[in-house]
Design a protein around this ligand. Structure first.
Ligand code: NAD
Length: 323
């Protein structure tokens, strides 16, 4: 079986590929990674060589390339995206081009070659913001940032390809991921690497925005369950079960890095900042047996230790980010 994985030089896709390569069971797939290596992608996230891994540098909008790769693929897991909300607020064009047009290019090619399932990795941000309770998969989408609007568009395009053309598309909507190998612009690696360097950390507004935290390996297990056991045309929420305000998360990261609140710089709130995200993942639990296995406190400590021990991974990326 040949699996085409897009965007796997990034944070979550590379964790997914590393997990698949670690399992040499009889059903172990051959994996082709298609990644453009934008500022967010790095080959240091993937093994240099592996008999089951092929890396292709390219753009998911390159219809000829995608068509060629799709001809050799049986299934797809689609991670490739512009993924940082702040960047989408500064300039949204790349978000529409990659997240919407790129996804459309993949779906068209998959349809031509009869490829499926295609797992489309979406986000809980497509639901908007919720003050109390949690979203089920049937909740209407109401995205607020250019990033989440572009993800909602691609999520709906994927589902439309199932309804219109019968393509076997399955959509996952997950909460905020944390873990090793995350580009140091997202809050956990940004704060940890700043603190390790003795720098201050920027906390948005009053820090009361709430996010649900999901270990990247739990997310990847959820994606694999959806790929292997999910149903065509269905959406599955994947949550972590640890809701924290940004202020609470900041307190934990300060403590883990041995720093105090004087290391915090309060900065103006993100424009249109969603107050709270919360997914109900009962469907994934009941249908697929999904549940997060990582204890948050232990895994956060391990994540901090990973950044402490892997400066050689993040220092070049941080320099790249500031260029
Ligand atoms: P990331 O930014 O770390 O990685 C994205 C990868 O996609 C990079 O390797 C980049 O080079 C590649 N890419 C970007 N544009 C491309 C293009 N046009 N063609 C080919 N490759 C391209 O992102 P991530 O955090 O690993 O997120 C992966 C997916 O999960 C995204 O679809 C994102 O929307 C979704 N998601 C992420 C989170 C999170 O907490 N990180 C939460 C919910 C959903």
């Amino acid at each position: 079986m040949n699996l085409l994985v897009t965007g796997a030089a990034g944070f979550i896709g590379s964790a997914y590929v590393r997990a698949l390569l670690a399992d040499d069971g009889p059903d172990a797939p051959g994996i082709t990674v298609l990644d453009k290596l934008t500022y967010a992608g790095t080959l240091t996230n993937l093994p240099e060589r592996h008999p089951r891994l092929q890396f292709v540098r390219g753009d998911i909008r390159d219809a000829a390339l995608v068509d060629k790769l799709m001809a050799d693929a049986n299934q797809v897991v689609h991670f490739a995206a512009e993924s940082h909300v702040d960047r989408s607020i500064n300039a949204a064009d790349e978000f529409v081009l990659t997240n919407v047009v790129g996804t459309q290019t993949l779906l068209d090619a998959a349809q031509r070659h009869g490829v499926g399932p295609i797992v489309h990795v979406s986000t809980d941000e497509v639901y908007g913001s919720i003050n109390t309770g949690s979203w089920t998969e049937n909740h209407p989408l109401a995205p607020n940032s250019p990033y989440s609007a572009s993800k909602a568009s691609s999520d709906l395009l994927a589902l439309a390809h199932h309804r219109t053309h019968g393509l076997d598309v399955r959509v996952t909507r997950c909460s905020n991921n944390y873990g090793p190998h995350q580009f140091p612009e997202k809050v956990v690696p940004l704060f940890v690497t700043n603190l390790l360097d003795g720098d201050r950390v920027p906390l948005y507004g009053d820090g009361r925005n709430v996010r649900d935290w999901l270990h990247v390996d739990d997310h990847c297990r959820g994606i694999e369950l959806v790929r292997s056991k999910g149903r065509p045309g269905e959406v599955y929420n994947i949550g972590g079960g640890t809701e924290l305000s940004n202020r609470e998360l900041t307190g934990l990261l300060l403590e883990a890095c041995g720093a105090g609140w004087d290391s915090v710089e309060y900065v103006s709130d993100r424009k249109g900042h969603d107050l709270r995200y919360s997914v109900d993942w009962t469907k994934a639990r009941n249908e697929l047996g999904y549940r997060p296995l990582h204890d948050f406190a232990t895994s956060l400590a391990e994540t901090v230790a990973w950044y402490r021990d892997n400066r050689a991974w993040w220092e070049p990326l941080k320099r790249r980010r500031s260029r």
